[in-house]
Write a protein that binds this ligand. Structure first.
Ligand code: C2E
Ligand code: CA
Ligand code: CA
Length: 558
């Protein structure tokens, strides 16, 4: 590591002459702060608890004496780590002050400056080393630091190098699970050790590194313009060590990481850019930039404001009609409830923006509860007002299927609104089914056994294989919009849609095509035997009052 910045020593003594002498003795090696009694000393310490490395403390002082200050500091978790050397001419006070938590003592008068300097430096070193050792745990496999220790070390580094410009770097070995699967765990371990070996040599003398989880490493290093060379050498090092040319690494760099955010957050950003990209076959380096920063701020804002927005009813449920096209004319057959956020300042925010965000932090659950109950209430009102029972589907996010209360909540909801479960359709995205997670499929099956009608959403965007499709629980297939978009121009897409229609017919479930915008698409889909259509051709999602017009004249005329 480069030479550390000067540490700070606080001298507490009521006599000016003593302060001066001590200041002169330690002033070359340390930044010095002064206080003339315990009270002002405490104020200084509380203002900057992290930057003071040591306190030289006189015992006899007016206002608040040395023993009182020792007491306060020892009973404070944050301050206790600061070593205190007591200044005293009284032999009997030594034992008492050591008992009270002093690290050492220096006898008055101060006639041996070398001894004083040595004691100060030793106490600081001991305190710092013990700080490090208490958190230390090196990773047993690679000998690099653990993440917890690494983080503390970085924080400490920042403290002593406030002006260094540092990069936060995350490294991830591509397709590491395959190394384990193909070569066995021991081969996986060898790769990790080879990577660690290189990383160790890289940070030696300038930087800090850790293994943070399985095949992920973090580096905190002085800023460099390009990381390509490091990436290349690391790749070469592990390929050579393993005698295998196909290993590669991806790297996420948060360059000149902002010191005003926590160390943890800085590395989260590096990890985020690293994980944003799928494992390729070549080593690659990605950077966290300002654009991402602004997005992050924007997302923080949305997360922070969601609660208030719910209370203020900024969220509105819109409805988009689904038309049955199997007859002569399209007939209104169902609808989908879609959330809208009308933000007083930001205007209308697309669900494509906030839904994925709320899915990653669990906020989606409360929002969807709101959408579901608004929707159920709306179905009930339409039945009451117009005597029409129109099934409406709501979206259920994958994460919500893990929720044990989901079933009960939906059942009480339909009971409350005096609906049959069949009137509330649930859209579950195809990718939930293909996650190869029996728990999710069980959850869908249970909902279905209560009579809820399940639509597999975005079909074609995931990777359902045709042979498992027949065993999955659903009542309708919603074709992903992307197929529809090119259906008129791409013969291949057109054939795929036809094929899906045939499979669905074989399984006895209807197919819904969404994102239909043009009449030509409608004609083609009708020809291909698709059952239902949802899209701008008929209507965008609209507020309930507007939807009622469609409800009252359910047959569509072009
Ligand atoms: P999705 O479930 O696939 O919903 C269909 C999306 O396609 C909606 O976007 C809808 O407005 C849009 N759309 C409908 N017809 C057309 C068309 O003809 N052309 C084009 N270009 N788009 C059309 P929206 O409302 O922006 O919602 C986006 C996604 O956000 C939804 O995709 C769904 O995954 C999610 N979402 C929306 N509302 C909710 C909700 O209340 N809960 C949950 N969990 N997710 C929701
Ligand atoms: Ca949907
Ligand atoms: Ca969809």
């Amino acid at each position: 590591m480069p030479v550390l910045n000067k540490r700070t020593v606080l001298i507490v003594d009521d006599e000016m002459i003593n302060r001066r002498i001590l200041g002169k003795i330690v002033g070359d090696d340390y930044e010095v702060l002064y206080a003339e009694n315990g009270k002002t000393a405490l104020e200084t310490i509380r203002r900057q608890p992290k930057t003071i490395s040591l306190i030289l403390l006189d015992l006899l002082m007016p206002v608040m004496d040395g023993f009182q200050l020792l007491d306060v500091i020892q009973s404070d978790d944050q301050l206790r780590r600061i070593p205190i050397i007591v200044l005293t001419a009284d032999k009997t006070a030594e034992v008492r002050s050591l008992r009270a938590g002093a690290a050492d003592f220096i006898p008055k008068p101060y006639d041996m400056p070398e001894v004083i300097r040595a004691r100060v430096s030793r106490s600081i070193k001991l305190a710092e080393d013990s700080g490090i050792i208490s958190a230390t745990e090196t990773d047993a496999l690679t000998g690099l630091y653990t993440r917890e220790f690494f983080q503390e070390y970085c924080e400490r580094y920042d403290l002593y190098h406030p002006d260094d410009s540092m990069d936060a770097v995350a490294l991830n070995i591509n397709r590491f699970h395959l190394v384990n699967a193909l070569g066995g765990r021991s081969r996986g371990d060898e790769v990790l050790c080879a990577a660690a070996e290189y990383i160790r040599s890289l940070v030696q003398g300038a930087g800090i590194a850790c293994r943070c989880e399985a095949d992920v490493f973090l580096l905190y290093m002085p800023h460099r313009e390009s990381w390509q060379e490091v990436l290349d050498s690391l790749t070469t090092a592990i390929c050579q060590a393993m005698g295998q040319a196909t290993l590669s690494v991806r790297m996420g760099v948060y360059p000149e990481a902002d010191r005003s955010v926590s160390v943890a957050q800085r590395f989260d950003r590096a990890l985020h850019v690293c994980n944003m990209h799928h494992a390729g076959y070549q080593s690659a380096c990605y950077f966290y930039d300002n654009h991402m920063y602004r997005r992050e701020l924007y997302h923080e804002q949305l997360i922070g404001e969601m609660d208030a927005a719910m209370k203020e009813k900024q969220f509105k449920v819109y409805f988009q009609p689904k038309y049955n096209i199997t007859g002569e004319r399209p007939v209104l057959a169902a609808a989908e409830a879609l959330i809208r956020w009308e933000h007083p300042v930001l205007g209308r925010i697309s669900p494509g923006e906030f839904i994925p965000l709320f899915e990653t932090n669990g906020l989606i659950r409360r929002l969807d509860s709101y959408v579901w109950s608004e929707t159920a209430a709306q179905i009930h009102r339409w039945k009451d007002q117009f005597g029409i029972s129109l099934p409406v589907s709501v979206n259920v996010s994958r994460t919500e299927l893990y929720d044990e209360q989901l079933e009960d909540e939906l059942l009480s909801l339909v009971a409350l609104e005096q609906l049959e479960p069949q009137e509330l359709h649930l859209e579950v995205t195809e990718s939930a089914y293909t996650e190869d997670d029996d728990q999710l499929i069980d959850a869908v099956s249970r909902l279905r056994s209560h009579g809820f009608y399940i639509e597999m959403d975005d079909f074609g965007s995931g990777y359902s294989s045709l042979n498992t499709l027949t065993s999955l629980p659903f009542d309708a297939l919603k074709l992903d919009m992307r197929f529809i978009r090119r259906i008129c121009d791409s013969e291949k897409d057109c054939r795929v849609v036809g094929l899906v229609g045939e499979i669905a017919a074989f399984m006895g479930v209807p197919v819904i095509a969404e994102g239909v915008e043009e009449y030509r698409q409608y004609e083609l889909l009708k020809e291909l035997g698709i059952d239902m259509i949802q899209g701008y051709l008929f209507s965008a999602p609209v507020p309930p009052e507007q939807f009622e017009k469609l409800l009252l004249s359910p047959e569509w005329t072009f």
